[in-house]
Design a binder for this molecule. Structure first.
Ligand code: NJP
Length: 229
């Protein structure tokens, strides 16, 4: 059995990069997608180079780019066992805050981008009876005042459940990983006291990935112990 292959969007830093490191440590080969080509290549080199990690510069809002990245993954590694739709963008709260252009980029990355990852990977995941994972958020469970970001993450969570229902019977598992505050470049300065580290979320992803095939961990909600909401 060749080593399994995990495709990760938003792999250039933060939760995606930490998940790539954790999954590589658990024996996965990884396909790394984001727009920052140099950061992806540095991470691919760190994880063992072309036999173990593939850097694929890609805007998740671009269907042709995502389809090409999945095709390149299959060409290089010959299989796809799991896909983690993790790329995402935040925004300040307030319907009068942020620019309309920033809102557009956020909605395209968090909602359309995740949908395109699902669309691009479903055929290969059905072939491998694989695993689809989506990054949600505590904010997707409960809107916060003036947060369009919350709405995008509610959509991501709903999309994952829609995919689970569509894929029922195919052997493909679907997991939403919904973190509270994580200290990543997502924030200039992560709020609260003692936030999660990217590695904490990465461990949750690898936990779901490495359960036996009969076990589908549908959702992991993980907050810092200090976080109330
Ligand atoms: O954020 P950050 P996190 N096309 O900024 C990529 C969610 N979350 O790791 O393209 C392709 O360090 C970007 O790469 P680049 C959050 O909503 C977080 O914390 O090179 N890639 C980078 O790799 C998101 O869904 C917290 O700029 C695009 C990555 O996304 C996920 O966790 C709490 C892209 C962002 O890395 C990872 O966020 C929570 C595009 N169009 C949920 N746009 C938290 N940090 O507290 C962005 O509940 N990326």
């Amino acid at each position: 059995m060749p080593d399994p292959v995990l495709l990760i969007t938003g792999a250039s830093r933060g939760i995606g990069a930490a998940t790539a490191r954790a999954a590589a440590g658990a024996g996965y080969r990884v396909a790394l997608l984001a727009r920052s080509a140099e950061a992806l290549q540095d991470l691919a080199d760190e994880l063992g180079g072309p036999d173990r990690a593939l850097a694929l510069a890609c805007d998740v809002a671009d269907w042709d780019a995502q389809a090409a990245a999945v095709a390149a993954t299959l060409d290089t590694f010959g299989r796809l066992d799991a896909a983690f739709a993790n790329a995402g963008v935040g925004a300040s709260r307030g319907f009068l805050a942020e620019s309309v252009d920033h809102w557009r980029d956020m909605v395209l990355a968090n909602v359309l981008g995740a949908a395109l990852t699902i669309r691009a990977t479903i055929p290969a995941l059905k072939d491998s009876r694989g695993h689809l994972l989506v990054t949600g958020s505590v904010a997707g469970h409960k809107p916060t005042p003036g947060s369009l970001y919350s709405a995008t993450k509610a959509a991501a969570r709903s999309m994952a459940e829609a995919a689970r229902l569509e894929l029922h019977g195919s052997g493909v598992r679907v997991t939403v990983v919904s973190p509270g505050t994580v200290d990543t470049p997502f924030y200039d300065d992560a709020p609260g006291n003692d936030p999660l580290l990217a590695e904490d979320v990465a461990e949750a992803v690898v936990f779901a990935l490495t359960r036996p095939p009969r076990v589908n961990v549908n959702e992991i909600l993980v907050r810092p112990t200090t976080q109330e909401f």
